[in-house]
Design a protein around this ligand. Structure first.
Ligand SMILES: NC(=O)c1ccc[n+]([C@@H]2O[C@H](COP(=O)([O-])OP(=O)(O)OC[C@H]3O[C@@H](n4cnc5c(N)ncnc54)[C@H](OP(=O)(O)O)[C@@H]3O)[C@@H](O)[C@H]2O)c1
Length: 249
């Protein structure tokens, strides 16, 4: 199968590319570094020509609802329009569990992306996943205030990126399936504990105060509103398994 991975150099995308190639699929990687700007549409028709399936694992770094919505609806409409022009049969998008249950700017864009996929003219699949295990290391890095790394309180059920990538390639092989059951990790964790465990793993010794994010989003993530429902499919790799496999120091 000929698979185009939009965002194929990202955290999720590089694993999707690896799994797809391992299964013998031919893979095109759509990123700006490869001369394809999905946001402007530049190079997209050529990049998608002859592809059977698009797996969309693009992302942008923003907390603004306006920027996120503009990015995800813009990239999705370009992928769908080019896909329709060149005969792509399946558009598969990765979204996030709870995007409709917690008010966050980035989530607003993901929800708009889901709506654009569902009303587009290419047959589709939407897979929602919980946070990846390395979410803890991202928050450790990105939420730092000078030398202080807050341990943000949030209930999460983190999932292995390898298991998500494997699921996405399974879905590409299965064909358009609509909204499929969410995928999550095997057990609930407290993000603050994950961040502290990550800090200890890499030898960080500083003070790490607990932090409750303010407002409705802070309440939503503390109250478990972005945890998976009972019908989610659960992976097997725990946060501790993942952490033990990461280099120390
Ligand atoms: N991280 C999580 O915990 C998590 C959990 C559940 C779902 N998700 C979803 O998974 C998806 C992937 O997230 P991620 O964390 O793997 O993203 P990421 O590491 O930030 O990667 C983003 C990718 O998008 C590409 N990209 C950005 N703008 C582009 C443009 N204009 N044209 C072409 N390529 C562009 C980047 O490549 P270039 O910059 O080189 O162009 C990169 O390959 C997102 O939709 C996210 O919402 C993430």
């Amino acid at each position: 199968m000929e698979i185009a991975v939009a965002g194929g150099t990202g955290i999720a995308g590089s694993e999707v590319v690896r799994v797809a190639q391992q299964r013998g699929h031919r893979v095109r990687v759509l990123t700006r570094g490869n001369g394809v700007d999905v946001h402007s549409g530049e190079g997209l028709d050529d990049a998608l020509s002859g592809a059977d399936t698009v797996i969309d694992v693009l992302s942008t770094s923003t907390q603004s609802a306006r920027v996120s919505t503009e990015f995800f609806t813009g990239t999705t409409s370009h992928l769908l329009a080019a896909g329709r022009r060149v005969g792509v049969g399946h558009h598969l998008a990765l979204s996030i569990v709870g995007v409709d249950r917690a008010p966050h700017g980035y989530y607003a864009g993901k929800l708009a992306q889901e709506q654009a996929v569902q009303s587009g003219q290419v047959r589709w699949t939407i897979q929602r996943a919980t946070q990846f295990h390395d979410f803890a290391s991202q928050i450790f890095r990105n939420a730092a205030i000078g030398p202080v790394h807050p341990a943000v309180r949030m209930r999460t059920q983190p999932v292995s990126i390898v298991e998500v990538a494997t699921r996405l390639v399974d879905l590409a092989e299965a064909g358009p399936s609509g909204r499929v059951p969410d995928i999550a990790g095997p057990r609930e964790e407290q993000l603050a504990d994950m961040i502290r465990a990550w800090a200890e793993h890499i030898g960080h010794r500083g003070w790490m105060p607990s932090l409750s994010l303010p407002g409705a989003f802070g309440r939503a993530i503390r109250d478990g509103r972005i945890l998976p429902g009972e019908d989610a499919d659960l992976g097997t790799v725990t946060f501790a398994d993942w952490l033990n496999a990461q280099p120390r120091g």
